[in-house]
Design a protein around this ligand. Structure first.
Ligand code: IFM
Length: 478
């Protein structure tokens, strides 16, 4: 690990410390910001199809225009640089790069991302690139989607082509963002694309998303051995609602099917017994080796999935209390109160510290990156033209302090990416939820940095240079 910085920010915990070279950034994802869904040779993705079906998103919102980043990316990168944000996690749209999910890459798509990544470099911004953030090309969905094993192979092929075409433009590559959401929110809960409600499909999708990670990692190792590659998982902090045995078991179950199902295969090379107990009925086995294997987990899969990566990406938002459910066996959970967020999610930074310590002590000694963390609020532009999101500043101060304290306690965390750079299309919640540090007036596409954006830029400057924030952050200490 690199040497610890001695610089502290007056508004962070006095115990917080960050290593020199710590990556301070913001994050976005292609479908949430790009728009231009029918331009540049892009093909349809499952999110185009899903969001255009009636009743799937709030107000029928779609990502057709989103933040129009496809046309405004230069201004967006300029703003990022002006705010003093040195690292940017973005995702590539698979269907922009490979419109049908097979065959050669689309030259216009390659040019777009080449310019974007070169544009980052020109502004001194370090890109962290995600290969898959939920926008599967629709033709691959028509051919079975993630529940079909061959989709993982298609992803491995795509990753290899991307490594060849763009691999030299970024050092850090994230294979898959939050397989939990892609598998379960998309195939079991029906609230995200493709919208199925079938646990069997979700479990199959989960395994194939992990296999896709393994294949993409192998493709990068072969073609870009210098690249640093990892997967990003969303990890919630779970505690039993009461001391009862039933609530303890419900918490263990929820952990098995939301956290461990993705952590154990990648970092321990097998599915946990508790996960197999829950999903064996859908064909999930611990390793796929030996007797009793089915067609889902096959010999060799876990070796690919658990091949050593270079870092572990962690997205964290939720801190939940889990209670035993009814006789269907489905646990009940609720977010720890109070919940200032407009999603009902809590502002409880200790939870992130707990998650970081858990991953470091139970799963991996790889460097950790917090690849997403943030809060959605009812932000608005006030009569002075400002967006005073003091709750977001409070949230960031707490969570960033928690990361710094985890580092002080010995956890090797190398970066923190606020979700999100700007307000964007929040999936089924459409434009109703605002996670950005920058406010987007969707009607005019005007960008207005919120107070939190200035606070974050000032905090980064102080970490890097020992300089206190130049701009007043009224309300920041409220
Ligand atoms: O907006 C999403 C992002 O795409 C994935 N992680 C959670 C964020 C907030 O819901």
């Amino acid at each position: 690990m690199t040497q610890a910085s001695t610089t502290a920010h007056p508004e962070l915990s006095a115990r917080a410390t960050f290593p020199a070279g710590f990556a301070w950034g913001v994050a976005t994802a292609a479908y949430q910001i790009e728009g231009a869904v029918a331009e540049g040779g892009r093909g349809p993705s499952i999110w185009d199809s899903f969001s255009h079906q009636s009743g799937t998103t709030i107000h029928g919102d779609t990502g057709d225009i989103a933040c129009d980043h496809y046309h405004r990316w230069e201004g967006d990168l300029d703003l990022m640089a002006e705010l003093g944000i040195p690292s940017y996690r973005l995702s590539l749209s698979w269907s922009r790069l490979q419109p049908t999910g097979t065959g050669p890459l689309n030259p216009e798509g390659v040019a777009f991302y080449r310019n974007l990544l070169a544009g980052c470099a020109a502004r001194g911004i370090t890109p962290y690139v995600t290969l898959y953030h939920w926008d599967l090309p629709q033709p691959l969905q028509d051919d079975g989607g993630w529940p079909a094993r061959h989709t993982a192979s298609r992803f491995g092929d795509y990753a290899g082509l991307v490594a060849d075409a763009l691999g030299h433009l970024a050092e850090h590559w994230i294979t898959i963002n939050e397989p939990m959401c892609a598998a379960f929110l998309g195939h079991s809960w029906g609230m995200q694309a493709p919208g199925s409600k079938d646990d069997r499909l979700a479990v199959r999708a989960a395994h194939h998303l992990l296999l896709a990670h393994g294949l993409a990692l192998a493709a990068f190792r072969e073609r870009r051995p210098e690249a640093k590659v990892g997967i990003t998982n969303i990890i919630g902090n779970l505690n039993p609602a009461t001391q009862s045995e039933a609530d303890r078991l419900a918490t263990e179950h929820w952990d098995a099917v939301s956290n461990r199902i993705f952590l154990d295969p990648v970092y321990r090379g097998r599915y946990a017994d508790s996960t197999v107990a829950a999903y064996g009925q859908y064909g999930l086995t611990a390793t796929g080796e030996g007797a009793g294997g089915g067609d889902l987990v096959q010999p060799g899969d876990l070796a690919l999935i658990s091949a050593p990566g270079d870092f572990a990406g962690i997205n964290h938002y939720t801190n939940m209390l889990v209670a035993a459910g009814d006789d269907t066996g489905t646990p009940n959970w609720q977010h720890v109160r109070p919940t200032p967020s407009s999603f009902g999610w809590s502002d409880t930074p200790e939870a992130l510290k707990t998650v970081l310590k858990r991953v470091a002590s139970e799963y991996t000694s790889l460097p950790l990156y917090v690849t997403e963390n943030g809060i959605t609020l009812h932000d608005y532009v006030d009569p002075n033209g400002e967006v005073r999101d003091t709750e977001r500043i409070h949230y960031l101060r707490g969570y960033i302090s928690a990361v710094g304290e985890a580092i002080a306690d010995g956890v090797d965390v190398r970066g923190y990416f606020a979700w999100s750079f700007m307000d964007n299309f929040e999936w089924a919640e459409g434009y109703d939820k605002r996670f950005g540090l920058v406010f987007v007036d969707y009607g005019t596409q005007r960008r207005i940095p919120k107070q939190s954006a200035h606070w974050y830029g000032g905090m980064i400057a102080a970490q890097q240079d020992g300089v206190r924030p130049a701009r007043s952050t009224a309300g920041a200490t409220a």
